[in-house]
Design a protein around this ligand. Structure first.
Ligand code: WQD
Length: 334
Protein backbone atom coordinates (compact mmCIF):
# COMPACT_ATOMS: atom_id res chain seq x y z
CA UNK A 1 0.00 0.00 0.00
CA UNK A 2 1.37 3.43 -0.99
CA UNK A 3 0.43 6.46 1.10
CA UNK A 4 0.87 10.06 -0.06
CA UNK A 5 1.78 12.23 2.95
CA UNK A 6 1.32 15.95 2.38
CA UNK A 7 3.41 18.05 4.77
CA UNK A 8 5.46 14.95 5.50
CA UNK A 9 8.63 16.80 6.59
CA UNK A 10 6.78 18.73 9.30
CA UNK A 11 6.66 17.86 13.00
CA UNK A 12 3.65 15.51 12.96
CA UNK A 13 4.11 14.47 9.32
CA UNK A 14 7.70 13.29 9.77
CA UNK A 15 6.87 11.21 12.85
CA UNK A 16 3.95 9.66 10.97
CA UNK A 17 6.22 8.80 8.01
CA UNK A 18 8.44 6.83 10.43
CA UNK A 19 5.49 4.84 11.79
CA UNK A 20 4.05 4.24 8.28
CA UNK A 21 7.36 2.71 7.18
CA UNK A 22 7.61 0.76 10.44
CA UNK A 23 4.18 -0.68 9.60
CA UNK A 24 5.17 -1.76 6.09
CA UNK A 25 3.63 1.06 4.08
CA UNK A 26 5.29 2.64 1.01
CA UNK A 27 5.42 6.42 1.44
CA UNK A 28 5.52 9.38 -0.95
CA UNK A 29 6.01 12.79 0.65
CA UNK A 30 5.02 16.20 -0.69
CA UNK A 31 6.21 19.35 1.09
CA UNK A 32 7.17 22.95 0.23
CA UNK A 33 9.33 23.42 3.36
CA UNK A 34 7.26 26.41 4.48
CA UNK A 35 7.49 25.13 8.06
CA UNK A 36 10.18 22.45 7.89
CA UNK A 37 13.69 21.80 6.57
CA UNK A 38 15.14 19.46 3.88
CA UNK A 39 17.46 17.85 6.46
CA UNK A 40 14.41 16.06 7.89
CA UNK A 41 14.52 13.76 4.83
CA UNK A 42 18.05 12.68 5.75
CA UNK A 43 16.97 12.06 9.34
CA UNK A 44 14.03 9.96 8.15
CA UNK A 45 16.42 7.85 6.06
CA UNK A 46 18.71 7.47 9.10
CA UNK A 47 15.80 6.33 11.29
CA UNK A 48 14.05 4.04 8.77
CA UNK A 49 16.94 2.96 6.53
CA UNK A 50 14.72 3.90 3.57
CA UNK A 51 15.18 6.61 0.94
CA UNK A 52 12.02 8.72 1.19
CA UNK A 53 10.35 9.34 -2.18
CA UNK A 54 9.89 13.12 -2.08
CA UNK A 55 8.47 15.93 -4.22
CA UNK A 56 9.19 19.55 -3.28
CA UNK A 57 6.07 21.37 -4.37
CA UNK A 58 3.07 23.38 -3.30
CA UNK A 59 -0.20 21.47 -3.09
CA UNK A 60 -1.98 24.44 -4.71
CA UNK A 61 -0.11 23.64 -7.96
CA UNK A 62 -2.69 21.18 -9.31
CA UNK A 63 -0.71 20.50 -12.49
CA UNK A 64 2.36 19.40 -10.53
CA UNK A 65 0.13 17.42 -8.19
CA UNK A 66 -1.40 15.58 -11.17
CA UNK A 67 2.12 14.63 -12.27
CA UNK A 68 2.75 13.02 -8.87
CA UNK A 69 -0.50 11.05 -9.04
CA UNK A 70 0.35 9.95 -12.60
CA UNK A 71 3.83 8.78 -11.57
CA UNK A 72 3.02 7.24 -8.20
CA UNK A 73 0.46 4.53 -7.64
CA UNK A 74 -1.19 6.17 -4.60
CA UNK A 75 -3.71 4.15 -2.56
CA UNK A 76 -4.59 6.72 0.13
CA UNK A 77 -3.57 10.14 1.45
CA UNK A 78 -2.70 11.58 4.86
CA UNK A 79 -3.10 15.35 4.58
CA UNK A 80 -1.00 17.42 7.04
CA UNK A 81 0.10 20.32 4.84
CA UNK A 82 -1.12 23.70 6.05
CA UNK A 83 -0.16 26.76 8.05
CA UNK A 84 -0.75 26.24 11.78
CA UNK A 85 0.24 29.28 13.86
CA UNK A 86 -2.80 30.63 15.70
CA UNK A 87 -1.35 34.11 16.30
CA UNK A 88 -0.14 34.50 12.71
CA UNK A 89 -3.57 33.44 11.44
CA UNK A 90 -5.18 36.34 13.35
CA UNK A 91 -2.86 38.87 11.69
CA UNK A 92 -2.89 37.18 8.24
CA UNK A 93 -6.32 35.55 7.82
CA UNK A 94 -6.42 35.72 4.01
CA UNK A 95 -3.05 33.94 3.75
CA UNK A 96 -4.42 31.17 6.00
CA UNK A 97 -7.72 30.79 4.15
CA UNK A 98 -6.04 30.90 0.75
CA UNK A 99 -3.31 28.40 1.63
CA UNK A 100 -5.10 25.91 3.87
CA UNK A 101 -8.36 25.72 1.96
CA UNK A 102 -7.07 26.07 -1.63
CA UNK A 103 -4.41 23.40 -1.05
CA UNK A 104 -7.04 21.00 0.30
CA UNK A 105 -9.45 21.66 -2.60
CA UNK A 106 -6.61 21.10 -5.07
CA UNK A 107 -5.75 17.80 -3.37
CA UNK A 108 -9.35 16.55 -3.24
CA UNK A 109 -10.00 17.47 -6.90
CA UNK A 110 -6.91 15.61 -8.12
CA UNK A 111 -7.71 12.63 -5.87
CA UNK A 112 -11.19 12.49 -7.41
CA UNK A 113 -9.74 12.63 -10.95
CA UNK A 114 -7.61 9.57 -10.14
CA UNK A 115 -10.46 7.85 -8.30
CA UNK A 116 -8.47 7.82 -5.05
CA UNK A 117 -11.05 8.38 -2.32
CA UNK A 118 -9.33 7.46 0.95
CA UNK A 119 -8.01 10.30 3.12
CA UNK A 120 -6.96 10.98 6.72
CA UNK A 121 -7.22 14.69 7.54
CA UNK A 122 -5.19 16.55 10.15
CA UNK A 123 -7.73 18.57 12.15
CA UNK A 124 -7.41 19.98 15.65
CA UNK A 125 -9.14 20.12 19.02
CA UNK A 126 -9.20 23.84 18.42
CA UNK A 127 -12.48 23.25 16.53
CA UNK A 128 -14.12 22.70 19.94
CA UNK A 129 -13.44 26.30 21.00
CA UNK A 130 -14.11 26.81 24.73
CA UNK A 131 -15.72 23.45 25.64
CA UNK A 132 -18.99 23.46 27.60
CA UNK A 133 -18.25 20.02 29.05
CA UNK A 134 -15.07 18.06 29.88
CA UNK A 135 -13.81 15.62 28.81
CA UNK A 136 -14.64 16.55 25.23
CA UNK A 137 -16.49 14.04 23.04
CA UNK A 138 -16.52 14.16 19.22
CA UNK A 139 -20.19 15.29 19.20
CA UNK A 140 -19.40 18.38 21.31
CA UNK A 141 -20.40 21.79 19.98
CA UNK A 142 -17.95 23.15 17.40
CA UNK A 143 -16.80 26.76 17.39
CA UNK A 144 -13.57 28.51 16.56
CA UNK A 145 -11.92 31.65 17.87
CA UNK A 146 -9.22 32.22 15.26
CA UNK A 147 -8.75 31.90 11.48
CA UNK A 148 -6.41 28.90 11.84
CA UNK A 149 -9.08 26.98 13.74
CA UNK A 150 -11.71 28.14 11.25
CA UNK A 151 -9.73 26.71 8.32
CA UNK A 152 -9.78 23.34 10.09
CA UNK A 153 -13.52 23.59 10.75
CA UNK A 154 -14.30 24.67 7.18
CA UNK A 155 -12.21 21.82 5.74
CA UNK A 156 -14.08 19.38 7.99
CA UNK A 157 -17.27 20.77 6.41
CA UNK A 158 -15.88 20.39 2.89
CA UNK A 159 -15.03 16.75 3.61
CA UNK A 160 -18.52 16.10 5.01
CA UNK A 161 -20.16 17.68 1.92
CA UNK A 162 -17.85 15.67 -0.35
CA UNK A 163 -18.95 12.45 1.34
CA UNK A 164 -22.64 13.37 1.01
CA UNK A 165 -22.04 13.87 -2.75
CA UNK A 166 -20.21 10.55 -3.12
CA UNK A 167 -20.45 7.95 -0.37
CA UNK A 168 -17.69 5.81 -1.85
CA UNK A 169 -15.20 8.11 -0.07
CA UNK A 170 -13.49 6.93 3.11
CA UNK A 171 -12.56 9.86 5.33
CA UNK A 172 -11.07 10.00 8.85
CA UNK A 173 -10.92 13.45 10.50
CA UNK A 174 -8.40 13.41 13.36
CA UNK A 175 -8.73 16.13 16.02
CA UNK A 176 -5.36 16.45 17.74
CA UNK A 177 -5.05 17.75 21.25
CA UNK A 178 -1.57 19.01 22.19
CA UNK A 179 1.25 17.09 20.47
CA UNK A 180 4.59 17.19 22.35
CA UNK A 181 7.88 15.31 22.52
CA UNK A 182 10.09 13.74 19.89
CA UNK A 183 11.11 10.44 18.31
CA UNK A 184 13.18 8.31 20.72
CA UNK A 185 16.26 8.68 18.46
CA UNK A 186 16.34 12.43 19.02
CA UNK A 187 16.85 12.84 15.26
CA UNK A 188 13.45 14.43 14.55
CA UNK A 189 11.29 16.60 16.79
CA UNK A 190 9.52 19.91 17.14
CA UNK A 191 11.74 22.55 15.58
CA UNK A 192 9.78 25.83 15.31
CA UNK A 193 11.47 28.75 13.58
CA UNK A 194 12.04 31.73 15.91
CA UNK A 195 10.39 32.22 19.29
CA UNK A 196 7.99 29.31 19.95
CA UNK A 197 4.29 30.01 20.49
CA UNK A 198 3.61 26.67 22.12
CA UNK A 199 4.43 25.73 25.71
CA UNK A 200 6.68 22.70 25.29
CA UNK A 201 9.14 24.08 22.72
CA UNK A 202 9.35 27.25 24.80
CA UNK A 203 10.17 25.28 27.98
CA UNK A 204 12.80 23.35 26.02
CA UNK A 205 14.53 26.55 24.86
CA UNK A 206 14.54 27.95 28.43
CA UNK A 207 15.94 24.68 29.84
CA UNK A 208 18.54 24.70 27.07
CA UNK A 209 19.42 28.31 27.95
CA UNK A 210 18.40 29.59 24.49
CA UNK A 211 15.74 31.78 26.20
CA UNK A 212 16.01 33.40 29.65
CA UNK A 213 12.68 32.36 31.22
CA UNK A 214 9.16 31.13 30.56
CA UNK A 215 6.14 33.42 30.85
CA UNK A 216 3.21 31.48 32.28
CA UNK A 217 0.08 33.06 30.83
CA UNK A 218 -2.16 33.42 33.86
CA UNK A 219 -2.61 31.52 37.12
CA UNK A 220 -6.16 32.67 37.83
CA UNK A 221 -8.03 30.07 35.79
CA UNK A 222 -10.56 27.76 37.45
CA UNK A 223 -8.10 24.82 37.48
CA UNK A 224 -6.23 22.88 40.18
CA UNK A 225 -3.36 25.38 40.39
CA UNK A 226 -4.82 28.28 38.37
CA UNK A 227 -2.74 27.63 35.22
CA UNK A 228 -4.12 26.36 31.92
CA UNK A 229 -4.86 22.64 31.54
CA UNK A 230 -4.32 20.78 28.27
CA UNK A 231 -4.29 17.18 26.99
CA UNK A 232 -0.65 16.64 25.95
CA UNK A 233 -0.06 13.61 23.75
CA UNK A 234 3.33 12.14 22.79
CA UNK A 235 4.08 12.71 19.10
CA UNK A 236 4.77 9.01 18.55
CA UNK A 237 1.36 8.14 20.01
CA UNK A 238 -0.15 10.73 17.69
CA UNK A 239 1.71 9.22 14.73
CA UNK A 240 0.42 5.76 15.64
CA UNK A 241 -3.09 7.17 15.75
CA UNK A 242 -2.62 7.91 12.04
CA UNK A 243 -1.61 4.31 11.37
CA UNK A 244 -4.82 3.10 13.00
CA UNK A 245 -6.79 5.67 10.97
CA UNK A 246 -5.18 4.83 7.59
CA UNK A 247 -5.68 1.10 8.23
CA UNK A 248 -9.34 1.86 8.88
CA UNK A 249 -9.98 4.09 5.85
CA UNK A 250 -8.24 1.59 3.53
CA UNK A 251 -10.62 -1.15 4.66
CA UNK A 252 -13.86 0.81 4.96
CA UNK A 253 -15.97 3.61 3.47
CA UNK A 254 -17.68 6.39 5.41
CA UNK A 255 -16.67 9.56 7.27
CA UNK A 256 -16.01 10.07 10.96
CA UNK A 257 -14.16 12.28 13.43
CA UNK A 258 -11.82 11.04 16.16
CA UNK A 259 -10.17 12.73 19.14
CA UNK A 260 -6.46 11.93 19.41
CA UNK A 261 -5.63 12.67 23.03
CA UNK A 262 -4.79 10.81 26.23
CA UNK A 263 -7.89 11.84 28.21
CA UNK A 264 -5.65 13.31 30.94
CA UNK A 265 -5.18 17.05 31.37
CA UNK A 266 -2.02 18.59 32.86
CA UNK A 267 -1.60 22.20 33.96
CA UNK A 268 1.24 24.45 32.81
CA UNK A 269 2.86 24.22 36.24
CA UNK A 270 2.53 20.42 36.21
CA UNK A 271 4.31 20.36 32.83
CA UNK A 272 7.07 22.68 34.06
CA UNK A 273 7.60 20.64 37.24
CA UNK A 274 7.62 17.32 35.35
CA UNK A 275 10.12 18.72 32.88
CA UNK A 276 12.44 19.95 35.66
CA UNK A 277 12.21 16.71 37.67
CA UNK A 278 12.64 14.28 34.77
CA UNK A 279 15.40 16.19 32.99
CA UNK A 280 17.08 17.49 36.18
CA UNK A 281 17.21 21.04 34.81
CA UNK A 282 16.00 24.45 35.89
CA UNK A 283 13.13 26.22 34.09
CA UNK A 284 12.89 29.79 35.44
CA UNK A 285 9.43 31.29 34.94
CA UNK A 286 7.28 34.34 35.66
CA UNK A 287 3.53 34.42 36.05
CA UNK A 288 2.14 37.06 33.68
CA UNK A 289 -1.34 37.98 32.39
CA UNK A 290 -3.55 35.64 30.40
CA UNK A 291 -2.90 35.22 26.64
CA UNK A 292 -5.77 36.45 24.42
CA UNK A 293 -7.89 33.58 23.16
CA UNK A 294 -6.66 31.03 25.71
CA UNK A 295 -9.19 28.78 27.43
CA UNK A 296 -8.92 27.39 30.97
CA UNK A 297 -9.02 23.68 30.25
CA UNK A 298 -9.24 21.28 27.33
CA UNK A 299 -8.85 17.50 27.36
CA UNK A 300 -10.26 14.64 25.34
CA UNK A 301 -12.63 11.79 25.89
CA UNK A 302 -10.43 9.32 23.93
CA UNK A 303 -12.86 6.40 24.02
CA UNK A 304 -14.33 6.66 20.52
CA UNK A 305 -10.91 6.44 18.85
CA UNK A 306 -10.28 3.35 20.97
CA UNK A 307 -13.63 1.71 20.26
CA UNK A 308 -13.60 2.33 16.50
CA UNK A 309 -9.89 2.50 15.57
CA UNK A 310 -8.33 0.56 18.43
CA UNK A 311 -6.18 3.63 19.22
CA UNK A 312 -4.97 4.31 22.76
CA UNK A 313 -2.09 6.60 23.77
CA UNK A 314 0.69 4.70 25.54
CA UNK A 315 3.40 7.23 26.47
CA UNK A 316 3.27 9.11 29.76
CA UNK A 317 4.37 12.58 30.85
CA UNK A 318 7.94 11.51 31.63
CA UNK A 319 8.53 10.21 28.09
CA UNK A 320 6.99 13.38 26.68
CA UNK A 321 9.25 15.79 28.56
CA UNK A 322 12.36 13.58 28.32
CA UNK A 323 12.08 13.06 24.56
CA UNK A 324 11.45 16.78 23.98
CA UNK A 325 14.62 17.73 25.85
CA UNK A 326 16.64 14.89 24.31
CA UNK A 327 15.85 16.22 20.83
CA UNK A 328 16.87 19.74 21.84
CA UNK A 329 20.18 18.59 23.29
CA UNK A 330 20.99 16.58 20.18
CA UNK A 331 20.08 19.46 17.86
CA UNK A 332 21.10 22.44 20.00
CA UNK A 333 21.71 25.68 18.13
CA UNK A 334 23.55 27.23 21.09
C1 WQD B 1 -0.64 25.41 26.17
C2 WQD B 1 -0.79 26.05 27.54
C3 WQD B 1 -0.99 28.44 27.47
C4 WQD B 1 3.06 29.15 25.94
C5 WQD B 1 -2.25 25.48 20.40
C6 WQD B 1 -3.16 25.72 19.25
C7 WQD B 1 -3.82 24.43 18.85
C8 WQD B 1 -2.77 23.37 18.58
C9 WQD B 1 -1.84 23.21 19.77
C10 WQD B 1 -2.45 23.23 16.20
C11 WQD B 1 -1.82 27.17 27.56
C12 WQD B 1 0.29 28.03 28.17
C13 WQD B 1 1.90 28.53 26.40
C14 WQD B 1 3.81 29.96 26.83
C15 WQD B 1 2.22 29.50 28.57
N1 WQD B 1 -2.03 23.68 17.42
N2 WQD B 1 1.50 28.72 27.68
N3 WQD B 1 3.36 30.12 28.11
O1 WQD B 1 -2.82 27.08 22.97
O2 WQD B 1 -3.42 24.78 23.91
O3 WQD B 1 -2.98 25.03 21.50
O4 WQD B 1 -1.29 24.51 20.03
O5 WQD B 1 -3.39 22.51 15.96
O6 WQD B 1 -4.56 24.67 17.68
O7 WQD B 1 -4.17 26.61 19.67
O8 WQD B 1 -1.10 25.23 23.09
O9 WQD B 1 1.22 25.17 23.83
O10 WQD B 1 0.29 27.37 23.00
O11 WQD B 1 -0.45 26.47 25.22
O12 WQD B 1 1.84 29.67 29.73
O13 WQD B 1 4.88 30.57 26.49
O14 WQD B 1 0.45 26.65 27.90
O15 WQD B 1 -1.61 29.54 28.12
O16 WQD B 1 -2.47 27.13 28.83
P1 WQD B 1 -2.65 25.60 22.96
P2 WQD B 1 0.07 26.10 23.74
Amino acid sequence: MRILVTGGTGYIGSHTVVELINNGYDVVVIDNFSNSKPIVLDKLKEITGKEIKFYEMDLCDSEKLREVFKKEDIDAVIHFAGYKAVGESVSKPLMYYRNNIDSTLSLLEVMSEFNIKKIVFSSSATVYGDPEKLPIKEDAKLSTTNPYGSTKLYIEGILKDLYVSDNTWSIAILRYFNPVGAHKSGLIGEDPNGIPNNLMPYIVKVANKELPSLNIFGNDYDTSDGTGVRDYIHITDLANGHIKAIDYVINNVGIDCYNLGTGTGYSVLEMVNAFKKTNKVEVPYNIVGRRDGDIAACYADPNYAYEKLGFKAEYGLDEMVESAFNYAIKNSKK
